[in-house]
Write a protein that binds this ligand. Structure first.
Ligand code: ZN
Length: 143
């Protein structure tokens, strides 16, 4: 079932207290470029996508919008750090069906629209060796 093979890592996401401070660090110290900024109200986050010089490595920074954000909860419990890994897939719906059959615990039973117009679904860390995994299907014109 080749369509249920991950294409590549799309991004690694970090939970941070301050988006602007983290951006400065990644831009000024490591030479990343800010590709895109977006506020996702329904997830209670401000995001910034950083791109490496060769364009192959993306880091997503997540800052909570307020105290009710899941990112705020994460920061309280664990402090700043890696929040999730996003794998790029094709046919995300088939993927989720496949995972349901395998009794993998999904946070999103069906895909939704995430940042940057991607179709995304999160898989519970309980089923993924303690790592929150995001699956993303990128709109064709962006791949
Ligand atoms: Zn993400």
């Amino acid at each position: 079932m080749s369509e249920s093979k991950v294409r590549k890592i799309n991004h690694i996401a970090l939970a941070v207290n301050s988006l602007s401070e983290a951006e400065n660090l990644y831009v000024n110290v490591l030479g990343f470029e800010v590709e895109h900024r977006e506020v996702i109200e329904d997830q209670g986050v401000k995001t910034s996508m950083l791109l490496s010089r060769e364009g192959e490595t993306s880091i997503e920074l997540l800052e909570p919008l307020d105290g009710s954000s899941p990112i705020s909860e994460f920061l309280l419990k664990r402090g700043e750090g890696i929040h999730h890994i996003c794998f790029e897939v094709e046919n995300i719906e088939n993927y989720l069906e496949h995972m349901k059959l395998l009794d993998i615990e999904l946070i999103d039973e069906s895909p939704r629209i995430g940042a940057y117009g991607a179709t995304v679904a999160f898989i519970h860390p309980k089923s993924m060796n303690g790592v929150l995994v995001e699956l993303a299907e990128i709109p064709k014109e962006k791949t």
